[in-house]
Design a protein around this ligand. Structure first.
Ligand code: HEM
Length: 406
């Protein structure tokens, strides 16, 4: 019988052997300790995530919200939900559909394409700051600076606050060794971020602009005939900022690392940059940063003969699904020529990542521009650091060295 504790040291260190055993031995796995189910196979997650009648997201989607734990419940209950407002990530259909459709035009493929020149300009600016040094941190000097700024541009947040946002967003998911819950420092910084956003939104409502950004779309909308409150606008802006900033640098740095480990594949891309799109998609499959998100069972449901009961948590182990041999031949092989018809990196249901097209555009542009100046970079593995988190897996810093272009 497999023991699976997503907050254990062993799983933090390397979850993939656990995922494999779960898929093979206990694909719908119940943890009594957490009163929570873990789904690990691709087809199960793909299907269950689309069953909006049986599950709800209203009670949260983060592992910390779904793993039943009295201490954490107390802490979460102490956060007054009405105080924070509701983002789309906390709504079920049909309300979710109404509010998401306000934001959707800002994230469609043509919107992502329209952001490409701006992204390239930003990325080239960052590169010019360190290219002569022949060294950079792929996350701190490059990907994080890009992702936060694109999230600001889409949302309508001021770019001069970008570094301040990064510090607060980063603190949200990092756990130190003594603390698997939220640290006091994290709570303080997150509190500051929410307070700042609320004030900013109130101020923007007082002094309207005609910028074509998501904030104005939210202000001008009337879902179900009523405008959104400032708190709800703020919660959605916070979601776009956090979702847009945090995940992409982890995926991108993993890609830089995988290509370093596979120099033949890297050389192919350098020779033929049209391969970058497919290569980045393989990175997204292979090193899915977001380990798990989930739902709460609303109506009793049977999955693979197991009875899921109302009130129980269900975590979708995305990273496991992306390595399921039932979906991907030879899943642990990194292969930029793999043309996987579907991956579970952005979800599959109504809550599917809104930023998927923007994220793939950013990843492609950053990779193209990095390989143009540093086609044979070396990863300084001894200086790389990892994030310690139950949600994300990936580097928090990834230094590389290269010969500066002449
Ligand atoms: C590689 C980068 C990214 C990954 C791996 C990722 C992953 C995800 C996942 C797994 C979800 C939940 C899906 C579900 O429950 O079905 C999600 C939701 C979301 N993501 Fe992303 N994301 C990325 C980048 C972005 C970017 C760049 C933005 C915005 C600029 C963004 C904005 C959002 C939003 C707003 C949601 C909530 C959608 C909803 O609840 O309807 N994400 N993302």
């Amino acid at each position: 019988m497999i023991e699976f504790d997503p907050l254990s040291e062993a799983v933090f260190a390397d979850p993939y052997p656990f995922y494999r055993r779960l898929r093979d031995e206990s694909p719908v796995h119940y943890s009594e300790q957490y009163n929570c189910w873990f789904l690990s196979r691709f087809s199960d997650i793909w299907r269950e995530e689309q069953d909006h009648a049986s599950y709800t997201i209203v009670d949260g989607q983060m592992p910390m919200q779904l793993l039943s734990n009295p201490e954490l419940e107390e802490m979460i209950e102490s956060i007054d939900r009405g105080e924070l407002g509701e983002s789309i990530a906390a709504l079920d259909p049909p309300r979710h559909t109404q509010v998401r459709s306000i934001l959707a035009p800002h994230f469609k493929p043509t919107a992502a394409k329209a952001l490409e020149d701006r992204t390239r300009e930003l990325v080239r600016g960052f590169i010019s700051e360190w290219v002569d040094r022949g060294e950079c941190d792929v996350i701190g000097d490059y990907a994080m600076r890009t992702s936060v700024r694109i999230a600001c541009i889409v949302s309508g947040l001021p770019l001069d606050m970008a570094d301040w946002f990064v510090e607060r967003v980063n603190s949200m998911f990092e756990r130190d060794e003594t603390d698997q819950g939220f640290s006091l420092r994290a709570m303080t910084l997150v509190g500051e971020l929410h307070a700042w956003l609320e004030e900013f939104i109130t101020e923007r409502r007082r002094k309207p602009t005609d910028a074509p950004d998501a904030i104005n779309a939210l202000f001008n909308s009337r879902p179900n005939g009523k405008p959104l409150s400032d708190k709800d606008v703020s919660a959605n802006v916070s979601l776009m900022l956090i979702g847009g900033t945090e995940t992409l640098p982890k995926a991108f740095s993993a890609g830089v690392y995988r290509l370093y480990q596979n120099p033949d594949q890297r050389a192919e891309i350098v020779k033929d940059p049209s391969l970058v799109t497919a290569a980045f998609r393989e990175v997204l499959r292979y090193d899915m940063p977001t380990q798990a998100l989930g739902r709460t069972v609303r109506i009793e449901k049977e999955v693979r003969g197991q009875k899921l009961r109302p009130g129980q948590g269900v975590l979708f182990l995305w990273a496991s699904a992306n390595h399921d041999a039932r979906e991907f031949p030879d899943p642990d092989r990194f292969d930029i020529h793999r043309r996987a018809p579907r991956i579970l990196t952005f979800g599959s249901g109504a809550h599917m990542c809104l930023g998927a097209h923007v994220a793939q555009m950013e990843g492609r542009v950053m990779l193209e521009e990095l390989l143009a100046v540093a086609p044979e970079y070396e990863v300084l593995e001894d200086r790389a650091t990892w994030i310690r988190s139950e949600v994300f897996r990936g580097f928090s810093s990834l230094p590389i060295r290269f010969n500066p272009p002449r």
